[in-house]
Design a protein around this ligand. Sequence first.
Ligand code: NAD
Ligand code: UDX
Length: 465
Amino acid sequence: MKKITEICCIGAGYVGGPTMSVIANQCPEINVTVVDINQQRIDDWNNTNLENLPIYEPGLKEIVAKNRNKNLFFSTEVDKAIDKAQMIFISVNTPTKTYGKGKGQAADLKYIELCARTIAEVAKDDKIVVEKSTLPVRTAQAIKSILDNTGKGVHFEILSNPEFLAEGTAIDDLINADRVLIGGNDSPTGQEAKDALSQVYENWIPKEKILQTNVWSSELSKLVANAFLAQRVSSINAISALCEKTDANVQEVSKAIGFDSRIGPKFLQASVGFGGSCFQKDILNLVYIARSYGLAEVADYWEQVIIMNDYQKRRFAENIVNTLYNTVSGKKIAMYGWAFKKDTNDTRESAAIYVADALLEEKAEIVVYDPKVSEDQIYADLDYLGSRSSSLTRELLKVVDDPIKATEQAHAVAIMTEWDEFKTFDWVKIFENMLKPAFLFDGRRLLETQKMEDIGFKYYKIGQS
Ligand code: NAD
Ligand code: UDX
């Protein structure tokens, strides 16, 4: 079997960047080139000031600093990198379709198809093409059909190797992966390709954690893993609503059920709703696939996970309005956190976007503070929804870098992201800054109830009456 020494990855995003940095770090004998059509993104990856990398992930900048321009390269020269590589990872975005058939549910595969066509055009010798992006079941077949019709006699072997990293813990997830999944054909060349990729991972992942399956099982497993994880969050969030109506405390319920080894303690943290680029997109895709095979009950079952998540976000916003005497018009509300979870600058599908949008509809004046998200990104997220003119959004919502000053004359503070630094804020000073009664809505169960009530806050914590 040919040993892999040249890897190319198309897509320098949240998956491509960290994943390839870790491969380069763990495999010094492999040259890894990450390419992207976005010049700014590549410039940011090559920035000598490591604070300006396009992605914030704990531990990432150290790995990039150690390997960049040794065996890790970031470039816009897509064709050159494809030509040189024996193995090509496709790690481009696969967002939910916003047009045409499957709009709002199916994955948009136009970027994937473009990659396949570029590979087909450029490749002069045999290549292993690895789907790293999350893709609907049977996408490999479409990629293969494009690649096999080049007429150049080049042999392509397609593998599915979905990525399971979570943002905020990407480096640790990649280094200490629970498992690596490799799907491929059972033919001799298919087996050889699976083994070649396995060998790359065997540089640091124990062999028994590297699973080989057929392509379709691998593609489907990725969607199913995300659906199961999101289902747990929606399940506990459904219970959080019930807890708020009774004297039950959702954290006590999570702990009590999580002690059952069959259930386990992880992913039972009630919140203002899950966000991120994957959960909603992948479940919608699963729902679309099930429905397109005529499996209405299966589709409805999984769709409920999304419906519950939308309810949780809406419920949080409505509670703020109801508690502030049924109107937030002209009232200042400080929002702490915009990222979809802590330790990332990613805001895709963040609950904060939808809660802010609902409050802006009620004409609230919002002040946002997030330690890692830029003002431009926050406005872009709201503009994308198209609920109002961008000038009105900029009039009603301000982005600040002083979280304490932001609370001057505020009616309420809403915690949207569980950033650790929020716990260390001077909450006495915040209380003093605010109008009274001072309302604090904790969408992440980050603060201590007794402490906040002792300070004088009217403190609402998700999942507790
Ligand atoms: P991303 O948007 O951060 O990055 C994708 C990159 O691909 C962008 O920089 C874009 O410019 C580039 N690109 C698009 N088309 C291109 C082309 N033809 N040639 C070169 N570059 C091109 O996306 P992401 O979050 O890294 O996700 C990538 C894939 O991985 C998606 O399928 C996603 O579902 C999956 N995934 C994401 C995560 C996550 O935590 N973000 C985890 C697991 C899997
Ligand atoms: C997820 C999967 O975990 C990962 O395996 C996959 O590769 C990509 O999708 P990610 O979206 O980056 O990762 O983060 P994750 O930690 O799963 O959190 C997703 C959302 O769920 C966040 O908004 C988070 O705050 C929320 N969440 C998670 C909860 O509200 N409660 C929990 O108990 C866990």
